[in-house]
Each structure stands twice: as C-alpha cells, then as structure tokens.
Ligand binder design. Structure first.
Ligand code: TMP
Ligand code: ASP
Length: 258
C-alpha cells in the first residue's frame, strides 16, 4: 500500500490523508503530554484504548442526533473521520469543581457546581491555551455568535449524554473538554464534534471509591494510567477486542470461547 500523506501531527494523534476527498485518518498514539508538553511519556496501549472509547462515545452521540466527525473505526489505532475546519477553541464543561477552576476561583475540590459551567479556551500552545470570553471569540473572529450558541447547546447535550453513560457504569463525570469543527457540504456548513472524547480529555471518578480514572493519574504521577483507562473501557463494554492493549502476560478469555 502506498505510504499515506501525513497532514498534521499533534501531541496524542496524527492525521493522514483519507481514502476519499473530505476524509482523514486519525491515528491514536501512545504519547501522553501534560502541562502544555512539559511532561511527556509513552503509555503503552493508551492509543488503542482511546480509539475504542472515543469510537463508542461518538457513535452514541450520533445515535442521539449530535453530529460528529466520526465515520468508522478502521483498526486498533485508526479511525476514518470527516475533514473539518477545526474551530480554535477548547470547550470545557464542568459539573464538579476540579482542576484549574479550583485554583482560579478558590473552590473546594470535588464540590458540585450550582449548574454545569461552560468555558472556552483559545487553542494556542505558545500561549498555554488561555481562558477567553465570548467577547474575545467574536472580536478575533474565532467563531460567530451563532456558532458560539451552537457549540454551547451541543456541549450541554454531550454533557447530558456522557453523564448518563458514565453514571450507568459507576463513574462520575467531573468535567471534560471537546473541540468542534466546521463541516462544509456544498453551500451548507454545520458544526460537528471533532477530535476525541476519552479519559485523556475527561475527568472521571469512580463513584464508590472516588478513584481517579483519567489523565489526572498521569498529571499527578499516580501511576496506573493505562490500567485506569482499561477499566473505563471494560465498564463501557468496549474492551473485548482491546484485551492485551498495554497488558502484560496472558489474557483470560471466557470459557465458551476457548
Ligand atoms: P482544567 O481543569 O485543567 O482546565 O481541565 C478541564 C478539563 O479539560 C479536564 O477534563 C481536562 C481537560 N483538558 C484537556 O483535555 N486538555 C487540556 O489541554 C487541558 C488543560 C484540559
Ligand atoms: N493536553 C495538554 C498538554 O499536552 C495539557 C493537559 O492535558 O494537561 O500539554
């Protein structure tokens, strides 16, 4: 097979030219970074797990009518996606106080917020992705007021979907980050959920024990990162074909499959 043309390499993913116009292939690396690339590691099997978890979430979103860039998973590390124009914003939805909002507003870590809070960060590594207001977004033309409205209502629908999904498997959705893209079809344009939704981009706490099951394990040097991601995948029921991702030693399969 001819070598595919690389379009872009990010911190955790690579984008290649897709098989048809308007498509791309999104490859999930095992690389983990935090604090704007200051902390780095390779976590064996993380890419495989995030590919599967993100596929599962994106398919669920499509099913409830939230448009996404996802077309289909191709293999263990790759998925076919629609080529979209990424809006340069990270949209964060918070249900519980954790992370940067705790420091910024002097909140108690783990306190429920009075309601879900949406924040926008300007996607710019050199500036460390600063928090911005709608005023900045419209003044600098990163998105129009209509697009901001669309992103906010989609972000809340994603929040409701994810909160329900994770509650069902004993996990509290503390917060998450999503990105949006503009998908053009002839003269029409629509805003779709892009990038990935995985334990790299969510805060997930076990409801019983309070255990951290997301990238904070890496940020805080807690260890057991891929093990936690694998447990998230297992609870969502997507682990079957990723057994062995980052695991050592033999893998037990159910008796009737032997
Ligand atoms: P924060 O509390 O550090 O602002 O993070 C909020 C949420 O966004 C949390 O779920 C982690 C996620 N996030 C990313 O996905 N990428 C980032 O670069 C940052 C800073 C946070
Ligand atoms: N994704 C960001 C980075 O790589 C920060 C983070 O997730 O903490 O540096």
């Amino acid at each position: 097979m001819a070598r595919r043309k690389q379009i872009y390499e990010g911190k955790a993913k690579i984008l290649f030219e897709g098989p048809e116009p308007g498509t791309l292939i999104q490859y999930f690396k095992d690389d983990a970074t935090a604090f704007n690339n200051q902390k780095r590691a390779v976590l064996e099997g993380k890419g495989v797990l995030n590919n599967r978890i993100s596929e599962f979430v994106m398919l669920g979103l499509e099913r409830i009518g939230v448009p996404t860039h996802f077309i289909r998973r191709l293999n263990m590390r790759e998925q076919l996606i629609r080529h979209v124009e990424i809006i340069p914003l990270e949209v964060v939805v918070r249900n519980v106080a954790a992370g940067s909002i705790v420091k910024r507003l002097g909140l108690e870590d783990g306190a429920a917020l009075p309601r879900s809070v949406i924040e926008f960060y300007y996607k710019n590594d050199a500036l460390g992705d600063p928090l911005v207001a709608e005023e900045h977004i419209t003044a600098f033309n990163w998105a129009t007021p209509q697009e901001i409205d669309d992103m906010m209502s989609l972000a809340l629908r994603v929040n409701d979907f994810l909160a329900g999904l994770f509650t069902g498997v004993g996990i509290k959705l503390v917060d998450f980050k999503i990105e949006f893209g503009r998908q053009y079809e002839g003269d029409l344009m629509r805003i779709v959920v892009a990038d990935e939704i995985s334990p790299d981009s969510c805060r997930l706490w076990d409801m019983e024990s309070g255990d951290i099951m997301d990238k904070d394990r890496f940020r805080k040097d807690m260890g057991g990162v891929t093990e936690a991601y694998r447990e998230v995948a297992r609870r969502l029921g997507v682990l079957r074909d990723v057994e062995g991702a980052g695991a050592r030693g033999p893998v037990l399969v159910s008796d009737n499959e032997k």
